[in-house]
Design a protein around this ligand. Sequence first.
Ligand code: NAD
Ligand code: UFG
Length: 332
Amino acid sequence: MNILLTGGLGYIGSHTAVELLDAGFDVVVVDNLSNSDIKVKDKIEKITNKKIKFYEYDLRDLEKLKLVFNENKIDAVIHFAGLKAVGESVEKPLEYYENNLFSTINLIKVMKEYGVKNLVFSSSATVYGRAKSMPIYEDFPTSATNPYGRTKLFIEEILKDFELANPEFNIALLRYFNPVGAHKSGLLGEDPKGIPNNLMPYIARVSVGKLKELSIFGNDYNTKDGTGVRDYIHVVDLAQGHLAALRKLEQNPGLVIYNLGTGVGYSVLDMVNAYNKCCGGKVKYKFAPRRPGDIDVCYASPEKAYKELGWKATHSLEDMCESTYNFQKNNQ
Ligand code: NAD
Ligand code: UFG
């Protein structure tokens, strides 16, 4: 089976490429390298000892995208490509709408033209907005609080309409919670350009002295220690969730929605303390005001994915921290 990964050299896409290749799939990647590096291709090939086919194309270029489908018999698509920084999306909303929405519309147009009918889409827990209770189930109402979140919400709606009009399509909307961690080889991980916005990459840079200290945004939330609680999931578990979703699509289910999380919430202080155990206490921190737009608690019910996909996360918090530190040390 030949799987097309859009954005396949990015953080989650590269880990998924490894899992797919290890499981015997062939992988074609389209990525414009706007937030990734061509060196990731070699690293994926080194880890798996297999080749991938790579196209440095932008999904907004419809003709180029058709070339990919012309040259390869694609069996299914996993659509990771997109811009993902919440703060940047507030400053540049049109770039986010243009990139994320146009890319997706082009992709499903070409899939329809070439008769490729199975699609997995990278959605996000952000589509739950401020959920009324925890854990979050897939049938909770959706909303968005920023342009990035709205692109995810709009794409979900577009894909629902598209599937209604084209019932031969099978689409999995995977709502990721907080992906962290890195491949055990130390070759693949999250390496954001500039100063990281997200917690784990920030902690990782503090642990190797690239940043001075972590600011913990808020210690007066309604949580056990006052700091924000999230459902952190190891990126390799997340990658394996995509393989499970692909198998599900083989059964012609139409459109399906799954949370990919662990069901366990950790606070910022839990994360810092666990990470400090791995790195020998190098992460210093101070408390700072709440970050605008943040919620106090967010964690998934992963039950539906377990029942229907037979998938659940297996990596521990220690795995998440150790692999992150290992990757950070290897990639200075
Ligand atoms: P990433 O930025 O590492 O990977 C995305 C890849 O898409 C990059 O390699 C980038 O170069 C590529 N890309 C962007 N626009 C493109 C375009 N127009 N044409 C071709 N390639 C393009 O991000 P990631 O963390 O791997 O996230 C993958 C997906 O998962 C994204 O859609 C993201 O919104 C979603 N997601 C991520 C998180 C997270 O915390 N990492 C959480 C929830 C959902
Ligand atoms: N945090 C800090 N200091 C930092 C960075 C983060 O204290 O320097 C705290 C936040 O306040 C929050 C927690 O760490 O309590 C996690 O923050 P992240 O920025 O790592 O993650 P978020 O839960 O805010 O958001 C992430 C992605 C979104 C996605 C969401 C749900 O950035 O795109 O998960 O999947 F929508």
